[in-house]
Design a protein around this ligand. Structure first.
Ligand code: ADP
Ligand code: MG
Length: 291
């Protein structure tokens, strides 16, 4: 039978906005010694906005029109930011055929028989596109904690668009609570190292893994468990689902995708990272009451 104190604990956690979907998660939460946080939508608001538009050739409006032509088919938060900016600047979306979204890389399609790509440096350089003319524009973007997205047509680099996402107002305080509770906090993200470092610095995290492919988030969780850690994963995206399922306790952001919520033991209804610290605190108190 479920001890009375666990029922009380589950109710208490719900009051704090941590909805426990798997019965034993509350008891495990008190043993956590490592919390792994996704960046976009978990530490940050997940509503990025375009901050820079730098065209190597042609003008800004043309760059946005091409980028929006690709992103109109994507559901990524980065896509939303680009579509919003194209709209407010009055840049008409170009029509692109053969659209594909490549996890952790970006989006591609075809325009007049040429490949059109928008995504990160690693991917574009990997397909042989020279981005050196865009280096200083990209550095300005990462210095300001933004994500640079490069646009190419054929093998030509057309420009770079900077997208930035604000940190949730209580992320830093919640991360401090976790540290104070003796818990190690790590950030994992598909974003580039420089952007990840800028966000981590603002959020008070010194342990980061950047440029992580979506399928590798779960591998990091498993690696840390093998090293003897009791691991929580906190995330919001489809990309985070395998890692949420692999963790000792998965926490899904309540405003996140359904797949993430279904893969996690606990849903954070308020979207705040304080919910993780609350669940751990309640769990520690509950487990003390059982023994
Ligand atoms: P995160 O772990 O930060 O949530 P993702 O795995 O979703 O990141 O994305 C990793 C990287 O892949 C992004 O930072 C971006 O460079 C690129 N990317 C993914 N989707 C898109 C898209 N729709 N448009 C442009 N770039 C994208
Ligand atoms: Mg995310």
């Amino acid at each position: 039978a479920t001890p009375m104190s666990v029922i009380v604990g589950v109710g208490k956690a719900a009051e704090y906005g941590a909805l426990i979907r798997q019965g034993d998660a509350l008891q495990t939460a008190g043993k956590l010694d490592l919390v792994i946080l996704d960046k976009t939508g978990t530490i940050t608001e997940g509503h990025p906005a375009v901050t820079h538009v730098h065209a190597a050739e042609g003008d800004q409006a043309e760059l946005l029109a091409l980028a929006a032509g690709l992103e109109q088919h994507s559901e990524h938060p980065l896509a939303e930011a680009i579509l919003e900016r194209a709209k407010s600047d009055g840049a008409a979306k170009r029509s692109v055929t053969g659209f594909e979204a490549l996890n952790g890389k970006g989006v591609q399609g075809e325009l007049d028989g040429e490949p059109l790509r928008l995504g990160n440096r690693r991917w574009l350089e990997g397909v042989g596109i020279d981005l050196s003319d865009l280096d200083s524009a990209a550095r300005t973007i990462t210095d300001e904690a933004g994500t640079p997205l490069f646009l190419s047509r054929g093998n030509r680099a057309l420009g770079v668009i900077g997208v930035a996402d604000a940190i949730k107002q209580d992320s830093e305080a919640a991360i401090r609570r976790l540290h104070d509770a003796g818990i190690r906090v790590m950030m994992v993200t598909g974003d580039v190292q420089a952007t990840a470092e800028a966000i981590a610095r603002k959020a008070g995290i010194d342990d980061i893994r950047a440029e992580v492919l979506p399928e590798d988030k779960a591998a990091i969780v498993e690696e840390m468990r093998r090293k003897g850690h009791t691991v929580a994963m906190v995330g919001d995206g489809i990309n985070d689902a395998p890692a949420l399922a692999a963790a000792d306790v998965g926490f899904a952001i309540g405003t996140g995708t359904d797949v993430a919520i279904e893969s996690a033991a606990i849903t954070l209804m308020r979207g705040s990272l304080h919910g993780v610290a609350d669940a751990i605190q309640i769990s520690r108190a509950t487990v003390r009451n059982i023994h």
